[in-house]
Write a new protein. Structure first.
Lengths: 429, 906
């Protein structure tokens, strides 16, 4: 078994790691190294070289994102680092593990990230329901402050950083980085058009970086151990480890840190224990509720950004949702679309009015009221709503991914609903 | 200039714009909803989608929102192609999923941008089979009707209301497909610009309550270019009429004055022509004191009887047109002509005029005001006195945001991005006033002082700009902000009643100009033709006192309620000195009760008139419909009086257009009024310009209840407009004659871009109006003595007038809706003063014989008392007066109205 840095402090009973335990296990070593002799530019180079890609779903190279933050000739004022801990993607529960089990790892990563981009204020924007994590983080921040890992003149480096925990108001869209910023400003959680990107004009109009929890948790290890070490952790082209999760009718649903690029089958069978007895795999959403279905033939693919992307889906958050053979795919997709329709911020037309329309069509089909022309409507909406750029942000295109792939892989199920004027899965239950 | 390719055709276009406005400027029809020419782009509705190709080789292209895509050299886009068109069609179909399709009963129908865009996209067949969402509508006050089911969620309303106009009580509530645009609970919309929602909303969510309740199809409205009579700003309006009733007032675009927006006093205050008691027939007061109507012959005889051979005096009116006032002045002689103002107001206006003329600072239009990068307001609550100017100032404070945006190379139309970038960073606005103002929320500093102290502060600021040392932090801060600006603006006016304040404002502007800044100086004027009257009477003005001693035998009062300016005792005194009074008015004012002969004047919707705005811009208002009954325009009555008097100089006048050229002969400034609009001989393509759109219906039937014969069309001999559907409605007709906007496929006011060369720029037929002051010379006035610093007095309070958008002017409070908004007059006291008098909020206070309800207001300067100006109960009060206050005996506290009571009542 190769090294698993992110979860090394996660105990079997999932009890939180406090500061003493974190330090005892080498914690804040990365910070000490940086404060003792690394300039922000050095840290940036290390992160760039490491090949770390954002773990929130889009997989954008982290170092490159940071490099867009203006470091010179920037007008006076704050710069901000925001940790996106608003984990609300359906089927996703990986950040929670890190937040609840090892809060200092995140805090150390945030200090290093903030140092790199020259931010003096950092926020942890946390999902409102993560009460326990929020409390742990507040305590951990106080502990870190007491040890001068946070606050004024951190470890005598002359660098200052404040850190705050902000509980989200509980909308999925707050996980979209610009909507998160709007929400943090106290406004409607509407996403913002880009450009300008948050790196230039983000929170309160100032340069801002928003990173996912898991992304930031990688930083201390990268800074401490270096980019080559990090690259060596991955199995394929991607670097590092990844928290993978599986939910659905499997024997052992859960979340595990594995080398990035671990094959799907290994995650599903070795970790999740395979399908429950009496259930067969029909397909799976590899990276949360807004990724395209993959099926049997994709089980031997490596779970990394490139491979999954080539197969027609996205690795997303790396947390799979399994569709079994006794669950109606139409109902499954309808459930997701209803969620996304409900979570639309209501700003742009295709998302606000298009998603509920799709939910209504899917409901009609599932209830046996579908008509053949509904298939055309769904197909048409896939291109109308599903293309990035047609909508204001990525929510609606993401929402359409399960539908678009379900139409490809489970078309017969849709047609049977329409022809039989009922849901063929009803009698199974 | 970049070249872009649209549908295979190359066009040279302006750099810096977005594809939507560029395509519209090229004359193309590209549907949109959320973009607004004055508010820029946010990319919400996704309606203006086009396909953009990377280069010549790119065959796939991608859908982009035209409003969010900057024009770039060599851009290739496909506007009419199937893919873009199909996308736009689906967008409209999505928007219409929940729309109630209630066009036949919708007040917006026929002038609805949603209808136009739906037709333009070609959407026809509905595929959605689900149920429609419905909403509960809100009571939003007496002016605006709410119908949320029609909403297409374009966010224009809240963007205008909150972002553009600074309102706080309308918001986008809830989320997903249940976004609700309303107040957090029912109640009157508080913004003075709420009425603009009627025009900003692309469909019928917010409609004009007066139109909804007195409904006419929009294409059945007859309209003519008019000018608002609500204040001195001179916003251009388009009143619409049917069956002799004013149905609505819409904004008439003028890029230099009001742009796309009006204030609610202007939009709803004109309803006094329907709501207030009007006079329809000439009448003579009999011995028993009652008036008897006169027929035409009897009236003629009476006129001759009253004035032939008599010595005449006249009182004009700042709410009547310049032409009628000029006629009256010439009829009675300048030495016996009062402009309609008391001597104090007259002198303040002359002082303003002299400062404007003699200052090196520019007298700005609103467009100029919006470009100011630092502003000082002295002694004015602009939102209440000149609301549209206040709205322009709200835009001027955004210049800092545009500066920041330019650093990031963000185009000015990137509205959301710029607001997010700038947040609350604004260009400095400093407000010196007697109490809180509606612009305080965007002000860098506000300084609450009584008028005398305002004037003292102004003088200190002027001295500090000239380099005099000062230890006063406020002085230094204001000085530094003004000097740091390129285009600093100083705004003051006569509201505070202080000559020294006007001097101080001018001194600051002059000092800034000396310091090399492109300084601007602006003064508000109280009424629509106040400045016209000031120009007319700049050489000679008979005060009310001098009229008493003039030996005149007949007093002619033109559209003026003297009781708003003089106490009843003073009116009585004047009445005793001049035996015969002739009153000409459209409204039944208290003054008419003193008159022997009453002549029914046409209201502003029925007569041609020129008004001179605070900017010195002469603008022409045309009659929207012919006057009913025996009403005649004031200027025609005066011509009749001139004939009756045998005045040989005036009897030759025939047309409205003859008045100024003939009578203002040697005065080049007054002659400039003729440039305000083309004369009655103007023709567009050989034809008159119609007041009725070609869709106007029922012409042969609308009077059938009276006579089945088609009525003869009224003739308009005095203007180039016709009371007809026939004529030339060419897009390049002069702006001053733009009687309605319509273009094929564009039935709503969004068709305006078809009349502009550049969006947001001048109309194809130019801006309209003529700036008069640029050619005026006047002697400088002697500086007013610097007032003493304010010291409070025991047992006495210094009165300071507070203006109210609804209630302080004469006309709007005669309209039902605004009258409800005006409420009753209040007295304002600082909490400590109220406590010392043992008074609580809502108590009655007696002063000068009137009892007012107390409002406790921490912004009131201690030792002073604010009072609502212009209310019937406060007409006797004057700013600067010292008065004792006492607790009103037998005061009934007004009932506490709570929201749910109001809802129940409505």
């Amino acid at each position: 078994m190769s090294e698993l840095p992110l979860t090394r402090n996660v105990r079997a009973d999932r009890s939180p790691t406090d500061l003493a335990a974190y330090e005892a296990n080498g914690g804040y070593g990365g910070l000490r190294r940086a404060m003792a002799g690394l300039a922000p530019g050095d840290c940036l180079d290390i992160v760039k070289d490491s090949g770390l890609r954002g773990r929130g779903g889009a997989g954008f190279p982290t170092g490159m994102k940071w490099s867009f933050v203006p470091m010179e000739n920037v007008s006076p004022g704050h710069k901000y680092l925001i940790c996106n801990a608003d984990e609300m993607e359906p089927g996703t529960f990986k950040d929670r593990l890190l937040l609840e089990c090892d809060p200092h790892q995140l805090i150390e990563g945030m200090i290093l990230a903030a140092y790199t981009i020259g931010a003096d204020v950092a926020y942890i924007f946390i999902r409102a329901e993560y009460l326990k994590a929020a409390q742990l983080l507040r305590e951990a921040i106080a502990e870190a402050k007491a040890k001068n890992y946070l606050g004024r003149d951190i470890l005598g480096s002359g660098y200052h950083l404040e850190m705050h925990v902000h509980a989200s108001a509980g909308r999925y869209i707050c996980g979209e980085e610009t909507a998160l910023i709007s929400s943090l400003e106290g406004k409607r959680a509407n996403p913002r058009a880009k450009p300008p990107f948050p790196q230039v004009s983000g929170l309160w109009g100032r340069p801002t970086i928003v990173n996912n929890v898991e992304t930031l948790c990688n930083i201390p290890h990268i800074i401490e151990r270096g980019p080559e070490w990090f690259q060596g952790l991955g199995l394929g082209g991607d670097a590092g480890t990844k928290l993978y999760g599986v939910s659905g009718r499997v024997k052992n649903p859960g979340c595990w840190e594995l080398p990035i690029g671990t094959p799907v089958r290994e995650i599903l069978e070795d970790r999740a224990g395979g399908m429950e007895d009496g259930y067969q795999l029909r397909g799976f959403l590899p990276g949360g509720g807004s990724t395209d279905f993959l099926v049997d033939e994709h089980l031997d693919l490596a779970m990394d950004y490139e491979t999954i992307g080539k197969a027609g889906s996205r690795m997303g958050t790396g947390t799979m949702i399994i569709l079994d053979d006794r669950t109606c795919p139409v109902g499954f997709v309808k459930n997701l679309i209803e969620f996304f329709a409900q979570e639309s911020c209501g700003f742009c037309t295709p998302c606000r009015d298009g998603l509920p329309w799709n939910a209504q069509v899917l409901d009609d089909i599932e209830q046996g009221r579908g008509q053949l022309e509904d298939m055309d409507t769904l197909e048409q909406h896939v291109s109308y709503i599903g293309a990035i750029g047609n909508t204001h942000c990525a929510l609606a295109p993401g929402a359409m991914e399960p539908l678009q792939s379900a139409l490809k892989y489970f078309r017969d199920d849709f047609l049977r609903h329409i022809e039989e004027r009922t849901c063929p899965y009803r009698e199974v239950h | 200039m970049p070249v872009i390719r649209v549908d295979g055709q190359d066009y040279e276009v302006e750099a810096g714009g977005n594809l939507l406005e560029t395509c519209l400027e090229l004359g193309m029809d590209l549907p949109y909803f959320c973009w607004h020419p004055a508010m820029g782009s946010i990319g919400a509705c996704r309606q203006c989608a086009v396909v953009q190709y990377q280069n010549e080789e790119d065959t796939r292209g991608r859908i982009v929102m035209a409003c969010m895509t900057p024009v770039t050299e060599g851009a290739i886009i496909d506007l009419t192609g199937d893919r873009a068109a199909a996308f736009r069609r689906t967008v409209v179909e999505s928007l219409m999923v929940d729309h109630p399709h209630d066009c036949p009963v919708c007040a917006e129908g026929g002038e609805c941008h949603l209808q136009d865009m739906t037709v333009m996209t070609g959407h026809r067949d509905r595929h959605y089979r689900g149920t429609k969402k419905t909403y509960r509508n809100q009571y939003l006050g007496p002016l605006i009707h709410h119908e949320m089911n029609r909403c297409i969620t374009c966010y224009r309303c809240t963007r205008f209301y909150r972002d553009y106009a600074g309102g706080t009580d309308l918001a986008a509530l809830a989320a997903h497909d249940h976004v609700y645009f309303g107040r957090h609970r029912e109640g009157t919309l508080e913004s003075p610009f709420a009425g603009d929602l009627v025009e900003v909303c692309p469909t019928g969510v917010f409609t004009d309550k007066s139109l909804v309740h007195d409904y006419t199809r929009k294409w059945d409205l007859q309209s003519a270019p008019s000018v608002c009579t609500g204040c001195g700003v001179g916003c251009n309006t388009l009143p619409g009429e049917r069956y002799g009733r004013l149905k609505r007032i819409h904004n008439r675009y003028n890029d230099e004055v009001n742009g796309y927006f009006l204030c609610d006093r202007g939009r709803f205050g004109g309803n006094h022509v329907n709501d207030a008691p009007r006079i329809d027939y000439p009448a003579r007061r009999e011995a028993d004191g009652r008036f008897r109507a006169l027929d035409q012959a009897a009236c003629q005889a009476q006129l001759a009887d009253c004035i032939a051979g008599k010595r005449l005096a006249g009182i004009g009116s700042p709410r009547a047109g310049l032409e009628a006032n000029l006629l009256l002045q010439r009829l009675v002689g300048a030495e016996r002509f009062n402009s309609g103002m008391d001597d104090g107001e007259h002198k303040l206006l002359q002082r303003s005029l002299s400062h404007l003329v003699n200052s090196a600072a520019r007298n700005p239009s609103h467009r100029d005001i919006e470009s100011a990068d630092a502003v000082l307001v002295l002694g004015e609550d602009l939102t209440q006195v000149a609301a549209r100017t206040a709205l322009a100032l709200r835009q001027s404070v955004r210049n800092e945001a545009y500066r920041l945006a330019a650093e990031l190379k963000l185009a000015p139309w990137q509205d959301a991005a710029i607001r997010n970038l700038a947040q609350d960073r604004r260009s400095p606005l400093h407000i010196v006033s007697a109490g809180s103002t509606d612009l305080d929320d965007v002000a860098a500093g506000h300084y609450r002082l009584v008028a005398d102290d305002q004037a003292r502060l102004a003088a200190q600021i002027a001295a500090a700009i000239d380099g005099e040392p000062s230890g006063d932090a406020a002085v230094l801060r204001i000085r530094d902000d003004l000097l740091a600006a390129q285009r600093p603006l100083v705004i003051s006016g006569a509201s505070a009643g202080s000559a020294a304040l006007l001097d101080g404002a001018a001194a600051i502007a002059n000092a800034l100009a000396r310091a090399g800044r492109e300084a601007m100086l602006s003064f508000t004027t109280p009424e629509c033709n106040s400045l016209g009257q000031a120009l007319l009477c700049r050489d000679s003005h008979a005060s009310f006192e001098s009229l008493e001693a003039s030996g005149a035998e007949v007093l002619i009062i033109l559209e003026n309620d003297l009781l708003r300016r003089l106490s009843p005792e003073r009116v009585e005194a004047l009445r005793e000195r001049i035996p015969i009074w002739i009153g000409i008015d459209s409204l039944e004012t208290g003054t008419l009760a003193y008159c022997d002969l009453v002549l029914p004047a046409a209201a502003f919707t029925e007569t041609e008139a020129s008004f001179v705005s605070q900017e010195g811009r002469a603008q022409r208002a045309f009659p929207v419909h012919p006057p009913a009954e025996a009403r005649r325009p004031g200027w025609q009555w005066l011509l009749a009086l001139a004939r009756a008097a045998g005045n040989t100089a005036l009897v030759a006048l025939e047309h409205f257009d003859d008045i100024v050229p003939t009578l203002a002969g040697e005065d080049p400034v007054l002659q400039g009024v003729m440039r305000a609009a083309p004369d009655h001989q103007f023709r567009s393509r050989g034809l008159k310009i119609p007041r009725q759109p070609h869709r106007y219906s029922g012409r042969t039937a609308m009077a059938a209840d009276v006579s089945v014969h088609e009525p003869r069309l009224s003739e308009d001999r005095d203007s180039a407009l016709a009371y007809s559907m026939e004529g030339s409605a060419a897009a390049d007709r002069p702006a001053a004659l733009l009687s309605y906007v319509w273009s094929p496929g564009w039935n709503s006011n969004q068709s305006l871009h078809k009349f502009q060369a550049d969006i947001g720029g001048a109309l194809r037929g130019d801006s309209g109006g003529a700036r008069l002051l640029d050619e005026l010379t006047m002697p400088a006035v002697a500086e007013a003595p610097r007032p003493e610093a304010f010291r409070r007095r025991d047992g006495q309070w210094l009165l300071q007038g507070r203006h109210h958008l609804f209630g302080s002017d004469e006309l709007s409070r005669l309209s039902a809706g605004p009258a409800e908004r005006a409420g009753r007059a209040h007295l304002y006291l600082h909490p400590n003063d109220a406590q010392s008098l043992g008074l609580a909020e809502g108590d009655g206070v007696t002063l000068e014989g009137c009892a007012l309800e107390l409002r406790i207001d921490a912004s009131q300067v201690p030792g002073s008392a604010g009072y609502a100006v212009g209310y019937p109960e406060t007409l006797a009060l004057r700013s600067g007066q010292w008065v004792p206050l006492s607790v009103a005996s037998d005061w009934q506290r007004p009932p506490q109205v709570i929201g749910s009571d109001r809802e129940a009542a409505s």
